[in-house]
Structures are given as structure tokens and as C-alpha cells.
Design a protein around this ligand. Structure first.
Ligand code: OAD
Length: 232
């Protein structure tokens, strides 16, 4: 591990599971209680904004009740101590990476604590609910939406992510099921430039056989161990 200099880390819902944030797929997953088409598409928001806002309001409120776990904290330590290139790309919309100390971080699927005005385009840090249609602090229009990338929308910062993947020599995917593109394809992009690829997951994912190395277990145990190896 010690010979790598340029690292890209991709995280998914599994890294926040031990903090008590629900994952999407699986028995207690978020998509079990909701149809994706009802809450996570632009069409759903146009059809029933109150339902969509209530879904994200509840998830935003939940952030006050959860804390970063050992995996987030380990990535924070890696970010602080790693002398080479590092980019942590998360598909998660929670703020646990930030609270765990990560700085070189991109939220490719948006953030619960950001509201986006569809009238003037401004984004605002947002802690409270949106379902009562509060006015935009910049323009006053009551047209704020969750700053979340919905199905059918373009993930954020893809140019920066693809640039980092194109240069990396180590790619690590943590707690992601490998079912949603473009993130699911990052392992291939990293392999094409000769990077070593490592998957950390509780179970095998849809992409497991594309990685050079797989470690099975909870992120709260596996990530601190990997970070120790990298910083040794
Ligand atoms: P998923 O819910 O699809 O997958 C969670 C993954 O985490 C699974 O592979 C689990 O095996 C693994 N896992 C669960 N608990 C774990 C633990 N304690 N330690 C390690 N791994 C664990 O979540 P994502 O892959 O993040 O997109 O989903 C990708 C995207 O699909 C999300 O960003 C979201 C969703 O639809 C949008 O909303 C745009």
C-alpha cells in the first residue's frame, strides 16, 4: 500500500450505516419504503413537491441525531496526513465525512444541508425544513429545492472526478453496491490507467469481481485498518 501516491476514494451509503443512516437497497433500505419515482426524480418533485420535500426534510433532520463513525474519522485522518494527491468522492448526501474531518471531498449526488433556488440558481447552506416553501435568502422566491442529484440528473463535479481518476494509482470503493452509474463505472476508469483497485464492503457488490482486491466486513473496522496501512 505504501508505494501509492495518488488516491481516489469512492464512498456509498454503507460507510454511514454504522452511524445509523439507512442505506438504499436491502431489507431496511430507504428504497424499500418509497418508490424511487415518487421521491427522487425531477418529475416527482413537479408532481408532488410536498411529498418530496417531506422525504428530504426528514433525512436532513436525522443528521442532528447521528455522528461520524470510525470509518469517517479514519478518512479524516488520511486527508489530514496524506502528503500525496487525494480525492474523496461520496455518493452520500449526509455531512458525516465533513464532520469526520475530510476536506478533499466532493459530494457527487448533492447534499442534504444545501438548498438550491430554482428561480435565481443560488445555493444556500440549509439546516431546517423546506416543505413550507421558505423564501430564497437571495431573491425571495419560494422555489427552493433540495440540492440533491435526482435520477435523470447529471452528478456534480464529474470533470474533477474523471480528472482525478485518470491520474490515480490507487482506487478504493467503500460501502457502495455498484448499481448506480456513473459511480459504478469508476473502477473501470481507474483500471484503465493502471491503478490498483480495492473494494471494502460488508458483502460482495455488483462490481466486486472488477476489483484487484476485496475486503469483506464492516467499514468501521476495515477503513481504519486500511488507513493505518497507508500511513504506516
Ligand atoms: P446502497 O444502499 O445501494 O448500497 C449500500 C452498500 O453498502 C451495500 O453494498 C452494502 O453491502 C454495503 N454496506 C452496508 N452496511 C455496511 C457496512 N457497515 N460496512 C460496509 N459496507 C456496508 O447504497 P449506494 O451504493 O451508496 O443515489 O447507492 C448508490 C446511490 O443509489 C445513492 O447515492 C443514491 C441511490 O439511489 C441517488 O439518490 C442519486
Amino acid at each position: 500500500m505504501g508505494s501509492h501516491r495518488r488516491i481516489v476514494v469512492l464512498t456509498g451509503a454503507g460507510i454511514s450505516a454504522e452511524s445509523g443512516v439507512a442505506t438504499f437497497r436491502g431489507p431496511d433500505g430507504l428504497w424499500e419504503g418509497h418508490r424511487v419515482e415518487d421521491v427522487a426524480t425531477p418529475e416527482a418533485f413537479a408532481r408532488n413537491p410536498a411529498l418530496v420535500q417531506a422525504f428530504y426534510d426528514a433525512r436532513r433532520a436525522r443528521l442532528a441525531e447521528v455522528a461520524p463513525n470510525a470509518a469517517h474519522l479514519a478518512l479524516g485522518r488520511l486527508d489530514a496526513a496524506w502528503p500525496g494527491e487525494l480525492l474523496i468522492v461520496t455518493q452520500n448526501v449526509d455531512d458525516l465525512h465533513e464532520r469526520g474531518g475530510a476536506r478533499r471531498l466532493l459530494h457527487m449526488h448533492g447534499e442534504l444541508k444545501s438548498a438550491w433556488c430554482t428561480a435565481c440558481g443560488t445555493r444556500h447552506r440549509w439546516e431546517g425544513p423546506l416543505r413550507h416553501n421558505p423564501p430564497c435568502p437571495a431573491c425571495g422566491a419560494q422555489r427552493l429545492r433540495p440540492d440533491i442529484v435526482w435520477f435523470g440528473e447529471m452528478p456534480y463535479a464529474m470533470d474533477r472526478i474523471l480528472h482525478a481518476l485518470g491520474q490515480c494509482d490507487l482506487f478504493i470503493a467503500i460501502g457502495t453496491s455498484g448499481q448506480v452509474y456513473p459511480a459504478a463505472g469508476f473502477v473501470e476508469t481507474a483500471r484503465e490507467v493502471g491503478a490498483h483497485t480495492v473494494e471494502l464492503n460488508l458483502d460482495r457488490s455488483a462490481m466486486s469481481n472488477r476489483f484487484h482486491e476485496r475486503r469483506l466486513g464492516p467499514a468501521g473496522t476495515l477503513v481504519p485498518a486500511l488507513v493505518e496501512e497507508l500511513l504506516a
